[in-house]
Design a protein around this ligand. Structure first.
Ligand code: FES
Length: 153
């Protein structure tokens, strides 16, 4: 198992590598543990508050552990007018999580994105890297089942 220290020390002790370090930590642990922020802060001699700002500014970075499966529902214009919000409601009905939340068992996180570049098959939903197009609420239930998640019924 790669340690935080190993990730950080791949980089020179320079501030300009801060984001790359954070991205690497995110990739390895699926979130950025507080300990990593403290170690990076010391390593590149940057205040912890700057690292917090960075970690909260970039959507790809998370200070909270994310689920094993990240569900992204597109809420770009094409998907929005084809009722993407109904999909989000259905996800809440099934998993009891809202946008930005993770299920208690750590299996699923829910996010929205602006456009996945697949407007022709709107509304679009992605689980990790797998795309689903023309998604209906009934399909949402089936898709979540594929990943072993069905809290209701
Ligand atoms: S708006 Fe959803 S894929 Fe483009």
């Amino acid at each position: 198992m790669i340690e935080i220290k190993d990730i950080i020390e791949k980089y020179p002790r320079e501030k300009r590598y801060t984001l790359a370090m954070l991205q690497d930590v995110q990739k390895q642990f699926n979130y950025i543990p507080r300990q990593a922020l403290m170690m990076i802060s010391e390593y590149v001699d940057t205040p912890l508050s700057s690292l917090y700002s960075m970690a909260t500014f970039y959507k790809a970075l998370s200070l909270k552990p994310k689920g094993k499966y990240i569900i992204k529902v597109c809420d770009g214009t094409a998907c929005h007018i084809r009722s993407s919000m109904v999909l989000i409601d259905e996800i809440y009905n099934i998993l009891k999580i809202r946008i930005g939340e993770t299920t208690e068992d750590g299996m699923f996180s829910l996010e929205t994105v602006n456009c996945l570049g697949s407007c022709a098959i709107a509304p679009v939903m992605v689980v990790n890297d797998k795309y689903y197009g023309k998604v209906t609420p009934a399909m949402v239930r089936e898709i979540i089942k594929e990943y072993g998640g069905e809290k209701n019924e």
